[in-house]
Design a protein around this ligand. Structure first.
Ligand code: NI
Length: 161
């Protein structure tokens, strides 16, 4: 649990995480990845990765994900905690995300595609789940240089999450 997103120490943590994420060139970072055992993460969806909707850097505290349809889609994921590797991972295509933002305001939004994927990946970090634990086809798992040569028709989602 996170006591108060507006507390100075949480704001400082979020600022540090934002800097780490920017340095790493990733799209998401969860607090446990910087050795802070709190249920929060930050993420963004840049324009070039957005399926229509760009999402600025956003903090999500106490996230809860509800799948809105059974369909899962495969997409490439990397992870700052597993450098140099990536894999095609099945994720729910459409979810509802609830939680609290950095200002303490309620989040309640529907997300699809890449945004939904990032949020599922980051929320998994809060439960100690890394993407290989979500995989069902290990043919699509390898070093970035190797998997870049795979003749796959998957979306090329290469940013570390
Ligand atoms: Ni990750």
């Amino acid at each position: 649990m996170v006591p108060d997103p507006a507390a100075p120490e949480i704001q400082r943590l979020l600022a540090d995480m934002a800097e780490t994420l920017e340095d790493a060139g990733g799209v998401g970072l969860a607090a446990p990845q910087v050795h802070v055992p709190m249920r929060l993460f930050i993420y963004h969806v840049p324009a070039e990765r957005a399926d229509g909707v760009e999402i600025p850097l956003t903090a999500v505290v106490n996230p809860v994900i509800t799948p809105l349809e059974d369909r899962k889609v495969l997409g490439w994921e990397g992870c700052l905690s597993i450098p140099g590797l990536r894999a095609a991972v099945p994720r729910f295509h459409r979810i509802r995300l609830t939680g609290i933002d950095a200002a303490g305001q309620k989040i309640n939004q529907e997300l699809t595609g890449f945004a939904a994927r990032v949020v599922q990946h980051e929320t998994d970090h809060l439960d100690g789940i890394l993407y290989p634990m979500r995989m069902n086809d290990f043919r699509y798992f390898g070093f970035n240089e190797e998997t870049a040569r795979y003749p796959l028709t998957l979306p090329q989602q290469e940013e570390p999450l």
